[in-house]
Design a protein around this ligand. Sequence first.
Ligand code: MG
Length: 392
Amino acid sequence: MNDRIERVTTYIVEIPREVPYLGPLRPGETVNRRGYIVRQGNRTLYPTSDRSVVLRIDTEKGLTGWGETYGIVAPEAVRAIVDDVVAPVLEGRNPFAPAVIHEDLYDLMRVRGFFGGFYLDTLAAVDIALWDLLGRRLGVPISTLLGGRRHKRIPAYVSGLPKATLPERVEFAREWQAKGYRGFKFAAVVADDGVEAEMAALREALGPEPDIMVDLHWRHTAAEAIRLIRRLEPHRLAFAEAPCPPEDIAGTAEVARAVGVPVAIGEELRTVFEWQPRMNARSFGIGQPEMGRTGITEFIRIGALCHAQNLAVMPHATIGVGLFMAASLQASSALQKLPWHEYQHSIFTPNLSLTHPTGTRHMGCEAGFYTLPDGPGLGVEPGAEMLTRLEG
Ligand code: MG
């Protein structure tokens, strides 16, 4: 398999949306001159449109692989890292060694302390594109390269109820329940009537059977989180996500030990080096790797470490055009246990028109389950509409 990387190109894709992510603006929230909102509930910056960074690798023999990473904030940072650091190193190199190349690129910046952040986001996009290239070259889906597809369909939970009031959010959840979905996660930062009231209203409306989860958005001390989660347990909470700030490993572990439901963490963590101390501290029961930040190589290694420690994996899903989402489904389908994968209803399904399948079947999500594409590589690639945007 001789070939060489000729070119690495990035594209910043912007997709307008009617309602900002996490729902309408709350009191005190305004859109700044760059189009960002600071959400008062979690002091975090969000864009008002959906944005992503798409990465394309072309080889001398005319193969193309596609990758993608987070672009919601400062997408030009990823582009600058590709143009100045990554592309010149990759040009001329045999592409058919994604894990080896990932390790080599990580080594370039490790002694400068680039263990995460935009540098690792960039490596995630490169890694996905290289696995895509390898799958296309061999004519098989990435799940085959990872050892085989264990799950033909993947349980999807509805993430976020982006409506302005609690009655509207409850009604929104019921609509998705009627479509066949059995898992629902609400965001504490926009639960204006209180987290316990939100949980109680959802449980009452949805009945005893569905899983209901809460995303606590890293806001609490350990003691606060323990008190809060204990109040939600009588309503049969399924898991509590991100109770404490990401740096507070000991506090998160304290919460995990004190409450009767699993703590879920990890959407912000990119490599096994970031995951391992949290595993060693038993600070979580559910790992939520995000493909747009980890890439395939790290995702699969994180999954293996969780498996070795008997920790569940429920992958995170975020804003993207569908490429890293396809990568997440490919890698998730190769994991041994997969109770849930997050489903961003306001992003995944509307954006399906931006990609088309590389085989005969597209990916999808219906009646509570993701279905996987059957073609080689990621199984999807940018469609005509997205290519026009990329070239424009
Ligand atoms: Mg979250």
